[in-house]
Design a protein around this ligand. Structure first.
Ligand code: SF4
Length: 228
């Protein structure tokens, strides 16, 4: 299974690292606020992996990291092999995931292939179906991934895109319970863009985002706003 997109130069996706970002072709969620609607809903475009590797070889010494993003990259049948080949070139690897595939996550960690994980925490358990656009968002797997990440010993972040139509004080409080004891959470501002799955959604206003941050500080050591 091939990646469907590449950002050849990013300063925004992995802390201070200069990175290349790769986009996976599929996802098992349909988050209404997703910006990658084209790939999530089925892209006809794909980039042969050999071409990606050839390009990455030209970037050795020029960039620090490769971000494996999506869609949901852990659903790619050969994602472990692909990450292995990228890692062999000497890059740090950041994985973006929705957390529905704890088995692949565990295997990547066991093989020491990733340096940083960013996992989405969409909402409270009760509102996960609505916020992910699927009837069964597999909460058992989400909880397993949260636990794996928090006990992995590698650097990580949880992140939540705040959307006025889906988040409230109550849902945020309940979401805190899901990640109690975590070390880092980013609350990201939703930006309405071309390609979003559902039109007409709104960002959470800053004053509310700040109050959500205060609530979540009771559960997570470091809560920060992103994009506000
Ligand atoms: S936001 Fe992430 S998890 Fe949700 S549909 Fe888009 S790619 Fe999938």
């Amino acid at each position: 299974m091939d990646f469907v997109g590449i950002d050849k130069f990013s300063l925004l996706d992995y802390d201070e690292n200069v990175s290349v970002v790769l986009f996976a072709p599929i996802c098992n969620y349909r988050c209404p606020f997703c910006h990658n609607g084209d790939s999530v809903l089925g892209s006809h475009f794909s980039i042969p992996f050999d071409e990606i590797l050839s390009f990455l070889k030209t970037r050795v010494g020029l960039i620090d990291a490769v971000v494996v993003s999506g869609g949901e990259p852990t659903l790619m049948d050969d994602v472990i092999t692909k990450i292995e080949k990228i890692k062999e070139l000497g890059f740090k690897i950041k994985l973006d995931t929705n957390g529905t595939n704890p088995d692949v996550l565990s295997e990547l960690l066991r093989k020491n292939l990733i340096n940083y994980i960013a996992m989405d925490i969409k909402n409270s358990e009760k509102l996960y179906p609505e916020t992910t656009g699927v009837k069964n968002p597999q909460m058992d797997k989400i909880k397993e991934s949260i636990s794996i990440i928090m006990n992995s010993g590698i650097d990580y972040e949880f992140r939540t895109t705040l959307v006025a139509e889906y988040h409230s004080k109550e849902s945020i409080e309940e979401m805190g319970e899901l990640i109690k004891g975590a070390k880092k959470l980013f609350l990201q501002k939703f930006v309405d863009r071309e390609g979003v799955i559902k039109k007409g959604l709104h960002p959470v206003e800053q004053v509310w985002a700040l109050s959500y941050k205060d609530i979540l500080a009771n559960y997570v050591s470091n809560v920060e706003l992103r994009g506000y």
